[in-house]
Design a protein around this ligand. Structure first.
Ligand SMILES: Nc1ncnc2c1ncn2[C@@H]1O[C@H](COP(=O)(O)OP(=O)(O)OP(=O)(O)O)[C@@H](O)[C@H]1O
Length: 759
């Protein structure tokens, strides 16, 4: 690039930054004003809340006024946060106003137009776009188009144009550090720069280097079901987050961050990705782990977590997964649907509704209400109608009880304070006469007593989903679900426990029958690491958010403690389970996280014919340290760690048991932290020890894989995904330690590693 061209571009950067800085100044003043206004309104609000609360009669007025005040507080706080966000965006722009330029010429325009693309748009006082947001329709040319004729989607259809030039910039603190023209979608040179850097402990946005196939995923607005199968480190999570930012921009008026839910593998991961959307000026979506999601719906039960399950699976030498596989399968889900469609009232596990030993509604009575409803009505509608009828009947019971002697007695025993409390917001003057007043008090007493009965009806406690699920299991062929499995379920329940395998089928059954637990508001549902979910779990999640478009991202080859499927097998299974009109499947084969050497080694341990393409970033060869016993292995790890410096590094183990063992042997000698599923963040500047299931989705500058021996990783196919996941967490350096003979998953690929053999 000639120096004159660089000078011209730098001049433009200077001019834009100047205008951005001027806008920052104006916006800062606006922000100060907004802050002051919030303060004033809040002071006013707190002064007002302290008045009138002792005068019972004034309560109603006070609460209406308070609501109005609260609304005002919310509005000024929101206004302040909008301006604060604008300010943040502007500050980012002042540092680095854009990363790309496209020169385009439309057929009907005589002039070539130069457009600059950045993380958000910037318009000057004359309404001229000095920077276009990366998500604007026209910006897609930057990511998709090669020079020549091209097109882009606009709200009114496809627009043709000609791409004359594509230029990439790296700008920091208002200075162009690097710039070049390219015909590639987004040139590798830029990527080399970004990927060669060290891990920041938090995921970064990738707007300036989004690749073409990633861009297809990000900008998809048509699919109801979008499945992304991508190699380790191919940018699934990054793309997912950019996609959310895109959707929020694209549907600004109709989509809110709270209408998007992401199922993430664990809390560490949730924190790890939490900076990406705010860095693009967007609010984070809701995040939840599957365990949290179901535990919330099964309150009172101790739900087995995925981590409990991994711990058992990783040390279980038989790995008896058969029942687990059945309960997670599409066939099992179909069996539940059939069962629910067929059963009538007499087969539904109704419960009596009782209080203090007295039955208010017997299960026979509830069954008769249910059975009287039209045969063709869906079960969930029958449940709703039954609930409504029971509530009506309860109201009648309340009315009839008002004149019962026990109520008279209760009124007589009230002291004046209790009496006043029962009156609540009512004023004595509101009653016609004393009888009216007494009736009101009597009704309140009865209502209070029967509140628990009302709650039981409202919460659907007249139905026992556990018995129903057990009945369903019993209805299946003993060869599919042996009796001992049902017994185990029942015994677990006695101890208030439920295994993870039963959770999704049970909740699904409960929801089909009763209509409970569906959230209609959510519009987009994202599941990261989809390979760790059974079809039953995914079906239940989809069912729980009936109006959401489903986005599944994962890698069949990173399956933990179970057989690795080929991407085709996994995709086939998903397609069978979720037939939709607008489904789309995209594969990401290019892997960006690790050096060429690490990716090549990781690729070699997978079944042949995998499509993984290592990104050509050179680094050190991975190393295997083969040692005679654990003491020698630990000594070698200590030496290795010293050579790795202070950067972000992790020892990854198969399970928590191994992680604890290592921690006990290291914590006296070096600064090391043992990570558990309770942790929310990774400490900076410390070596961590982490079991593989908590390292899902994370990445480290250097990884040490603990004990990859044949003894520890002998059930090759079932532990292949586990080992592959560990290896692919490393960005720059990978060391494997083996006590004794190396696992045969690795040993036939020893030409891809340096072997350090000390036996
Ligand atoms: N287009 C891109 N430009 C720059 N960096 C990228 C790009 N795509 C991915 N990366 C980087 O590659 C690394 C891996 O990305 P990410 O974690 O999204 O991959 P993944 O497919 O979800 O990985 P895994 O399944 O192994 O957890 C990250 O450091 C990310 O920033």
């Amino acid at each position: 690039m000639n120096s004159n061209e660089i000078k011209l571009e730098q001049n433009r950067v200077n001019a834009v930054v100047k205008k951005v800085n001027a806008k920052i100044e104006d916006t800062s003043k606006e922000y100060e004003k907004a802050k002051q206004e919030t303060k004033n309104v809040q002071t006013n609000y707190s002064n007002n809340t302290s008045v009138n609360y002792f005068e019972v009669d004034d309560r109603i007025e006070t609460s209406a006024e308070l609501q109005q005040q609260r609304g005002l507080v919310n509005r000024v706080v929101e206004n302040e946060s909008i301006i604060n966000n604008q300010l943040k965006k502007l500050k980012d722009l002042a540092d680095s106003p854009y990363f790309g330029r496209i020169d385009i010429k439309d057929d009907d325009e005589p002039e070539i137009e130069k457009l600059y693309i950045g993380t958000s748009s910037f318009v000057d006082k004359n309404q001229e776009f000095l920077v276009y947001d990366w998500r604007a329709p026209i910006s897609s040319i930057y990511y998709n188009g090669t020079l020549g004729k091209t097109s882009y989607q606009t709200p009114v259809g496809n627009q043709q144009t000609e791409l004359k030039k594509k230029r990439q910039f790296s700008i920091k603190a208002g200075q162009i550090k690097n710039m070049f023209d390219t015909n590639e979608t987004v040139g590798d040179e830029m990527l080399q720069n970004v990927l060669g850097q060290h891990n920041d402990e938090k995921m970064q946005n990738i707007v300036s280097t989004i690749q073409k196939e990633q861009n297809d995923i990000i900008r998809d607005t048509k699919s109801d079901l979008l499945i992304v199968q991508g190699a380790a480190g191919s940018g699934k999570t990054s793309t997912l987050l950019q996609r959310i930012a895109f959707l929020l921009y694209h549907s600004r008026d109709s989509l809110d961050a709270d209408q998007i839910v992401l199922f993430s593998p664990n809390r560490l991961f949730a924190r790890y990705i939490s900076d990406v959307l705010p860095s693009l000026g967007e609010r984070n979506m809701q995040q939840v782990t599957f365990s949290e999601f179901v535990a919330h719906r099964l309150e009172g039960l101790n739900v087995e977590t995925i981590f409990d399950k991994y711990e058992i699976s990783s040390s279980d030498h038989e790995l008896k997964n058969d029942v687990s596989e059945i309960k997670g399968s599409n066939q099992f889900i179909k069996a539940i649907e059939n069962y629910c469609n067929k059963i009538d009232g007499s087969e539904i596990a109704f419960n009596n509704i009782s209080l203090d030993g007295e039955i208010y509604f017997s299960k026979e009575h509830i069954e008769s209400i249910y059975d009287e409803l039209p045969k063709l009505m869906q079960s969930k509608d029958k449940f709703l109608q039954t609930k409504n009828t029971l509530i009506k009947e309860l109201k009648k019971i309340i009315n009839d009880s008002v004149s019962k002697p026990w109520v008279d007695k209760a009124i007589d025993n009230l002291n004046s304070e209790q009496y006043h409390d029962l009156l609540k917001d009512y004023k004595i003057s509101m009653f016609q006469d004393e009888i009216d007043e007494r009736n009101y008090i009597a009704k309140t007493i009865v209502k209070n007593k029967l509140q628990k009965v009302y709650d039981a009806i409202f919460n659907g406690n007249f139905f026992d989903p556990y018995i129903q699920y057990m009945n369903f299991l019993n209805s299946l062929d003993e060869k599919i679900i042996p009796n001992k499995v049902i017994k185990e379920f029942s015994q677990n329940l006695e101890f208030h426990k439920i295994s993870l395998d039963d959770v999704a089928p049970l909740l699904y059954l409960r929801s089909i029958l009763t209509g409970d637990g569906q959230n209609q508001k959510i519009k987009y549902l994202f599941v990261d690491e989809m390979q760790d979910y059974s079809i039953a779990q995914l079906t239940y999640i989809k069912h729980a958010f009936p109006n959401a478009k489903l986005n599944l991202m994962g890698d069949s080859e990173q399956a933990l403690f179970k057989n690795v499927e080929t991407p085709e097998q996994l995709l086939q299974k998903l397609n069978n389970a979720f037939p939709t009109n607008h489904s789309r499947l995209i594969k990401l084969n290019r892997s960006y996280r690790s050096t060429y050497e690490i990716t090549n080694f990781a690729k070699s341990i997978l079944p042949k014919n995998n499509d993984i393409e290592p990104f050509n970033r050179k680094g050190k060869m991975p190393k295997i340290l083969i040692r005679k016993n654990e003491n020698q292995a630990i000594d070698s790890i200590l030496k290795e760690i010293k050579s790795l410096g202070n950067k972000n590094k992790a020892i990854i183990t198969k399970n928590m048991q191994e992680a604890k063992y290592l921690y006990r042997h290291l914590y006296n000698t070096i600064n090391v932290t043992l990570m558990s599923d309770k942790d929310r963040s990774i400490p900076e500047e410390s070596l961590i020890i982490i079991p593989v299931y908590l390292a899902k989705g994370l990445e480290f500058d250097s990884v040490i894989a603990w004990n990859v021996s044949q003894e520890n990783y002998s059930y090759s196919n079932k532990l292949l995904g586990t080992l592959y996941t560990i290896i692919t967490r490393a960005m720059h350096q990978l060391t494997l330690v083996s006590i004794g003979k190396v696992s045969n998953i690795i040993s036939s690929h020893e030409n891809k590693v340096i072997i350090d053999y000390k036996i």
